[in-house]
Design a protein around this ligand. Structure first.
Ligand SMILES: [Zn+2]
Length: 328
């Protein structure tokens, strides 16, 4: 059984679905849906239309604390699914026919996969006008433009005429307050954009669109010292991590190949050559405007809070270029 909460406003309007835990171990979506319910969406906040809230789509993965279904299939590569075939196909088909087919827009909430954390960002196919509309309204600083992997819920739903975006934030196995606050605010922003909830959209200081994102990998094996945090802006050739051996002797420095915004990083300080360390969104000139906006605005904002929260999860230290050694 998949729990679904349906909330109807008193007046007609669009229908929007919000899904969590399509990957069973990604719990920030589950917590966001619960926060929306407890926060008053069902106590009169929703003025027009309907919201279909699915806190956990992949119940079997959720119960096993696993991303996958019990047969190791990835539900988010199985959409739109079908009435026959594997369990993943059938589950995808059920969600598609019962929820997506009834909806005009969708938001699917995810986190980084194992040993990775994501800085809040929205992903969607910005060629689709409906996707562009809700992706922009959601209010993250970074939007990644792309149609998504084959078989993804957002790709299949958008293709079927239900513009859908993915929110990415935080890491598996946790309900992270800062990430949940950003996700909940984002869903409310979308509902305001669609005229379903009254109020003012909370916009970020600056928003960049990235058509490309790339992982910076380690060429070395050993232990990592991190020099940038999720949400930071990096320049091409900037040192982003130092790799030492197990006795603390520097083995090498990892530099960013591109300039852009750090939208993801490993949470594990151990690496072998080839391991991904930082995920950087390449946003062209928008990157500099975002940097200036972050540096010049002193008022605390949701995204600054989450920047601090996520950075507190890893040790981020400055680089001392002369010796390659680091200090806290
Ligand atoms: Zn996911």
């Amino acid at each position: 059984m998949i729990p679904v909460r349906i909330i109807r406003g008193p007046e007609p309007g669009p229908t929007v679905f919000v899904t969590g835990a399509v990957h069973g171990d990604e719990l920030n979506g589950t917590a966001t849906v619960l926060s929306l319910i407890k926060g008053g969406l069902d106590e009169g906040q929703l003025q027009r239309g309907s919201v279909l809230l699915v806190p956990v789509v992949n119940i079997q993965g959720f119960e096993r604390k696993s991303r996958y279904l019990p047969d190791r299939r990835d539900l988010n590569r199985s959409f739109p699914g079908g009435a026959t075939g594997s369990g993943a196909r059938r589950l995808a088909h059920t969600l598609f026919t019962e929820i997506v087919a009834r909806s005009d827009f969708g938001v699917d909430i995810h986190t980084g996969s194992g040993h990775r954390m994501n800085f809040p960002n929205i992903r969607g196919d910005l060629q689709d006008e409906g996707v562009r509309r809700i992706a922009t309204a959601f209010g993250t600083e970074v939007i990644i433009d792309g149609s998504g992997p084959k078989g993804s819920l957002r790709g299949a739903a958008t293709k079927a005429g239900c513009p859908t975006v993915v929110f990415e934030g935080g890491e598996i196995g946790k309900a992270e307050p800062g990430v949940i606050a950003v996700a909940e605010r984002g869903v409310l922003n979308v509902l305001m954009e669609l005229g379903m909830v009254d109020g003012d959209i909370v916009r970020p200081r600056h928003q960049v669109e990235a058509r490309e994102s790339t992982w910076m990998r380690s060429d070395f094996g050993g232990l990592l010292e991190f020099h940038v945090a999720p949400g930071d802006i990096v320049d091409e050739q900037q040192p982003i991590a130092t790799c030492t051996d197990l006795l603390g002797v520097t083995v090498g420095t990892i530099r960013s190949r591109v300039s852009g915004v750090v939208i993801g990083m490993t949470t594990s300080p151990t690496v072998t050559p080839g391991d991904p360390v930082y995920h950087v969104a390449v946003a062209g000139r928008g990157t500099d405007r975002l940097r200036r906006a972050i540096e010049t605005d002193e008022h605390p904002r949701l995204l600054d809070e989450v920047r601090d929260h996520l950075a507190s999860n890893v040790v981020v230290s400055d680089v001392e270029p002369a010796t390659g050694k680091t200090r806290n």
